[in-house]
Design a protein around this ligand. Structure first.
Ligand SMILES: C[S@@+](CC[C@H](N)C(=O)[O-])C[C@H]1O[C@@H](n2cnc3c(N)ncnc32)[C@H](O)[C@@H]1O
Length: 242
């Protein structure tokens, strides 16, 4: 579907074990800013988000799309779809009779994503909303994709958000989540976390323990990759709902 840019990474480990790993090396940071601030910040960013974020995010997102492997006829939800880069790929992958829906908190992001799909002669199906309370019935999607989104939810919200994402998936549904990772935290991560602490609205993604979080919540991990984006560890996990 999309080119895998794993050559761009410092590391590209693949693990498949569902054993819970050892104790994580330190706690994850909190995300103290209110969601209204997140909405306004991403709204303001929407016109130039790709210029700022793509060099960092696009390679990992691409790996996630390759791992998810959406196929024709599938119904896929992209939570926190941003400017629609992944949604465009997903829409093409599920063609002709599938459905790819994007959801994002920021109206400006939704509009940019709509414009992107329209420019590519695709029918945009994009909803403005909160990934914590999805406006969809139970079991309506085959797959869910979320890149650089789960780590935006504050710590107590992460488990409920994962339950909500599972709710909208069919019983054999699967997720692919791409996230900043704290598992191999080193100086670059610590520096990044210090910036997050001082600018919690503008640098709101914070590294989490993605695979552990999913395993603890009962998900079955099929594919786990650890990669590095500009020295920051990123995890890509493809899993099945509990
Ligand atoms: C770091 S960007 C990633 C965008 C996109 N997934 C990508 O890989 O390019 C995070 C996106 O999540 C959206 N977002 C933040 N909080 C959200 C929430 N609670 N529900 C849905 N979307 C949210 C933001 O508006 C933004 O578009």
């Amino acid at each position: 579907m999309s080119g895998t840019n794993s050559d761009n990474y410092d590391t590209a480990h693949r693990l498949t074990s569902n054993d819970l790993p050892s104790t994580p090396p330190g706690p994850i940071a909190r995300v103290p800013r209110p969601k209204t601030d997140a909405r306004d910040w991403y709204d303001a960013l929407s016109d130039w988000y790709d210029i700022v974020a793509d060099p960092f995010e696009a390679p990992a997102r691409s790996v996630g799309l390759d791992v998810l492997e959406a196929t024709p006829g599938e119904r896929v939800l992209d939570v926190g779809c941003g400017t629609g880069s992944a949604l465009l790929e997903l829409s093409r992958a599920v063609t002709p009779d599938g459905l790819a829906i994007g959801l994002d908190l920021a109206p400006g992001m939704c509009q940019t994503a709509r414009d992107r799909l329209t420019a590519a002669d695709l029918e945009p199906d994009i909803v403005q909303g909160d990934g914590a309370t999805l406006p969809f019935a139970d079991g309506v999607f085959d797959a869910l994709f979320a890149s650089f989104v789960l780590e935006l939810f504050d710590t107590p919200a992460v488990r409920p958000v994962l339950s909500e994402w599972s709710r909208v998936l069919a019983s054999d549904g699967r997720l692919c989540i791409v996230s900043l990772s704290r598992r191999r935290a080193g100086p670059v991560t610590w520096l990044y976390e210090a910036v997050h602490e001082r600018l919690p609205t503008h640098v709101d993604c914070r590294p989490i323990y993605l695979r552990e979080t999913l395993l603890e919540a009962g998900f079955v991990v099929h594919d786990h990759r650890e990669i590095s984006a500009w020295g920051l560890p990123v995890e890509v996990v493809h899993c099945e709902i509990p």
